[in-house]
Design a protein around this ligand. Sequence first.
Ligand code: ADE
Length: 415
Amino acid sequence: MSKIACIDLAEKGKLKLEWAERHMPVLMQIRKRFKKEKPLSGKKIACCLHVTKETGALVRTLAEGGAKVFVTASNPLSTQDDVAAALVKNGIEVFAWRGNHEKYYWCIDQVLNAGPHILMDDGADLITRVHTKRKELASNIIGGTEETTTGVTRFKVMEKDNKLLFPVIAVNDAYTKYLFDNRYGTGQSTIDGILRATNVLIAGKTFVVAGYGWCSRGIAMRARGMGANVIVTEVDPLRALEAVMDGFRVMPMSEAAKYGDIFVTATGDKDVIRGEHFKAMKNNVILANAGHFNVEISIKDLEGMAKSKKTIRENVEEYTLGDGKRLYLLAEGRLVNLACAEGHPSEVMDMSFANQALCTEYLVKNGMHMQAKVYRVPGEIDNKVAKLKLKSMGISIDKLTEEQKRYLNEWKEGT
Ligand code: ADE
């Protein structure tokens, strides 16, 4: 029995799914094969993902492959209620609605109650739940997949601590995932979220990006493209150096706090912007987070320093500090791209979710021989997704000649 906001939204959701699927040619090709071969036949899959139109396209593909799919949300604010309704009409069990802060883990428990064989995670909450509160389910689980950098980082810690109970494939670490989804997807959708929430002019603003991983690189790149003056903050010397040579100003947050008009965090760590930084900020600053959890901007500090707060626009909370300065926090400090916009565009999710579908098939075929470790996406899957994507875009590339292959496989030919 599903639990969603309103089944009457299904017609609207169905159109959204149709739109997404028209822009996800690689996933649709996989779906066509899944429909014929039924590689997931008899398997129960529990998904903890952002319930968007692109996720809808993925879970319908898994269902065509013969799986029984159970869906819960990976964030309280990212569920598209119309899509959730359309999926329920499609026979998928969904436990998700936008604004579900209170029953977030109850929903996770509902999909786990199905006794899944495969877990598909975005941010590690689902798989972590099995390892903390639902250990009895582990023996039935073939393996899991993880969509995000944050989740993969956690599973690597679990592996190091010898705590992992089954194999997890780090879908995030596929080249056809992070080079595109994290960079171009987060880059565009974060700007989209800020614009939909605030409609401020980006040109001429000082835009501070915390972090210079693949997501934050994309944000910095797109903010610059909109005419912002971009500052990057980092803790890693290599990444900081790369940001410098990419032409960004780099400085500590304590310094950047004085200059920024818009701040976006995407580091995967907590308290990246905190009391000391709020204190140094100018009036009318906008604060947003594009990292997985709502821990990067210290809301505790902000609440502690605020004299008053009010919702000034949908998804925009105005905090007035003791000195009269106003700071604007978007989407409670949760993923701005999913809470204020629609998440990454379908075209990049096409590759991420093609990897998810193919890794699920891989786990069903090979999971019983795999160890309780974090695995990279097999190279064949990554290459296949790249090839199919290029083909869908009508782009062909060169092939090595026999002579070129031979040259690459020898070491004597020199100057
Ligand atoms: N993560 C980021 N964007 C997303 C989207 N559109 N659908 C599902 N997960 C996402």
